[in-house]
Design a binder for this molecule. Structure first.
Ligand code: CO
Length: 194
């Protein structure tokens, strides 16, 4: 229970800090959310959307799943996207992967991970599409890095081809990869209007 109590203590300290800086901080935030960005990232605890982009609550609408998979049949992701586009009027959709992604590594192995195999299949499909390019890379780390990039690229292309974005062509879809080793984001795909 100790670590849970710590979370509540830290929460109080954080809320007090915010109120000390701006007495109206929470009142303003509670009133409206107008984020410019939808972030689709990996659930990995080392890649928190707000922290790595130095953004505040209210600035980014966030969806995260294992290995930032974009599947146009995923009702969870599609609902998030629809809400972000039609109601929040986001201007940018960011698909952000990261090097050293455990989900990508798992998908690239021949091991079985129980229920997760259904999810990992979506990454295996990306691999199958680019098998000759990916499998030609001898070094395992480089091969996995390539897959991280291809998975992001596939996500960007799927979003760009979706009915939702075709109907809202001013939205810019970006494909980025975050490097755990230095905290830097890299542009991989997208970034232009369709
Ligand atoms: Co990951």
């Amino acid at each position: 229970m100790e670590i849970i109590s710590k979370i509540f203590l830290e929460n109080k300290a954080w809320a007090a800090d915010k109120t000390n800086m701006d007495r109206e901080y929470f009142n303003k935030l509670a009133l409206i959310q107008e984020p410019d960005f939808l972030w689709i990232g990996c659930s990995d605890s080392r890649v928190p959307a707000n922290e790595i982009t130095n953004t505040e609550p209210g600035e980014m609408f966030v969806h995260r799943n294992i290995a930032n998979v974009v599947d146009l049949h995923d009702i969870n992701l599609m609902s998030v996207m629809q809400y972000a586009v039609e109601y929040l009027k986001v201007k940018h959709i960011i698909v952000c992967g990261h090097y050293g992604c455990g989900g990508i590594k798992a998908a690239m192995s021949n091991d079985s991970f129980g229920n997760m195999d259904v999810w990992l299949k979506k990454i295996k499909d990306v691999h199958a599409k680019h098998a000759s390019e990916v499998d030609g890379i001898i070094n395992e780390e480089d091969r996995l890095k390539k897959m991280v990039e291809l998975n992001v690229q596939a996500g960007v292309h799927k979003i760009q081809s979706s009915e939702l974005i075709q109907a809202n062509p001013s939205i810019i879809v970006h494909g980025w990869v975050y490097d755990l080793h230095d905290g830097i984001l890299h542009r991989i795909a997208g970034g232009e209007t369709i």
